[in-house]
Design a protein around this ligand. Structure first.
Ligand code: HEC
Length: 115
């Protein structure tokens, strides 16, 4: 399949329009509500996780977490954060102690709401 120049541009334009609508309607994934209800989780995420999982959970080096709550339980997310995997660091003792249990649980509970 090949895209002509015009087709590529129009796809770009519609994606941009969607992003704009998302911003205007507040349907971005890290919402103001998240910041109010899960302040600890969002602050931990924005310091330690967004470099790989994206500012809006959209993924990058790591997979998208936008719907992670649909496939993983809180316990599974806690486990993933504790032991890491591939390039993802292990955030908890005995591997390392980058985050406290309180911080890990807060992030996992918040991410589990992303369905
Ligand atoms: C250096 C990059 C990197 C950082 C930083 C990072 N991750 Fe990851 N993450 C990954 C990669 C890569 C995977 C896939 C690992 C695998 O397949 O074993 C992953 C997987 C995950 C998964 C499982 C997703 C799934 O659908 O299987 C969760 C949940 C997760 N990360 C949460 C976090 C959280 C929360 C943080 C911050 C505390 C974080 N990650 C920091 C790279 C990263």
């Amino acid at each position: 399949m090949s895209f002509g120049r015009g087709r590529g541009l129009s796809i770009f334009a519609s994606v941009s329009a969607l992003c704009l609508i998302g911003l205007l309607t507040g349907c971005e994934t890290v919402t103001q509500t998240d910041r109010t209800q899960y302040p600890l989780a969002v602050s931990v995420y924005e310091i330690g996780c967004n470099t790989c999982h994206g500012q809006n959970l959209q993924g990058g080096i790591g997979p998208s977490l936008q719907h992670v709550g649909a496939t993983m339980t809180v316990a599974q997310i806690v486990h993933q954060i504790e032991v890491g995997g591939g390039p993802m660091p292990a955030y908890a003792a005995p591997h390392d102690e980058i985050l406290t249990q309180t911080q890990i649980l807060a992030v996992a509970r918040w991410l589990a709401t992303k369905r």
